[in-house]
Write a new protein. Structure first.
Length: 188
C-alpha cells in the first residue's frame, strides 16, 4: 500500500511541475529549460568554482530543477531538465520523477547537475536514465539565507552528480527510486 501511495504522490508532483498545462509552445518551454539550465550552472559555479572546468571538459552534462516532498514515510520528487552534449551541442529535454519510503518531513526546491565522462554513459542516461539511491540529508534555505550543497559524488562509473538546495526545509532519510526520461513532446 505504501508503494502505491508513493507512486501516486510522485505522479502528482511530476504532473504539477511538468508544465503541460501552461499553454506555452514547445519552443517557449525549450527556451525556459535552457534559461533554467544556465541559472543552475551559474549557481553551481558560485558554490563550486572547480565545477566549471569539469563541465566544459565533460562529454556532456544534464541539469534538473526538482521539487521534493516528504510526508512522514512517503517521499516524492518531480522536475524537468535538459541534457547537453558538449561534442555535438545538442540539447535533449527531459523529465524526472521519484518515489520512496523512509522517515522525513519537508519540502525542498533543489537542482541536480550530472557530469558525463563519455558518450556511453551520456547515451545510457538520456535513453535509459535510471538512478536508485538512498539518501539522508538536512537542508534549510530561504532565498539567500541558509543552504546546502552536496559535493560531486560518483553515481556510477563515468557519472558525477552535484545537488544544490535552493529553497525549503527538509529532514529526511529515504530510499528512493528515481527515473529520468526524455520529454517526447519537446524532443520531436
Amino acid at each position: 500500500m505504501r508503494n502505491v501511495l508513493a507512486v501516486l504522490l510522485s505522479v502528482v508532483v511530476v504532473t504539477l511541475f511538468s508544465g503541460f498545462w501552461s499553454g506555452k509552445t514547445n519552443n517557449e518551454i525549450k527556451k525556459e529549460y535552457r534559461i533554467e539550465s544556465a541559472k543552475t550552472l551559474k549557481i553551481l559555479y558560485k558554490y563550486a568554482p572547480e565545477a566549471k572546468k569539469l563541465i566544459h571538459s565533460a562529454y556532456g552534462y544534464a541539469t534538473f530543477s526538482n521539487v521534493g516532498i516528504n510526508i512522514i514515510i512517503l517521499s516524492a520528487e518531480g522536475g524537468t531538465g535538459m541534457a547537453h552534449n558538449n561534442r555535438t551541442g545538442k540539447n535533449i529535454y527531459m523529465k524526472m520523477g521519484s518515489a520512496g519510503v523512509g522517515f522525513g518531513l519537508g519540502v525542498k526546491d533543489f537542482r541536480a547537475i550530472f557530469l558525463f565522462e563519455n558518450k556511453k554513459v551520456f547515451d545510457n542516461f538520456v535513453n535509459n536514465g535510471w538512478e536508485a539511491n538512498a539518501q539522508a540529508d538536512a537542508a534549510a534555505k530561504v532565498s539567500d539565507k541558509g543552504g546546502a550543497i552536496n559535493a560531486a559524488v560518483a553515481v556510477v562509473p563515468g557519472i558525477r552528480l552535484y545537488k544544490l538546495t535552493q529553497n525549503g526545509l527538509a529532514l529526511q532519510a529515504t530510499i528512493q527510486g528515481t527515473k529520468y526520461w526524455q520529454d517526447s513532446d519537446l524532443n520531436k
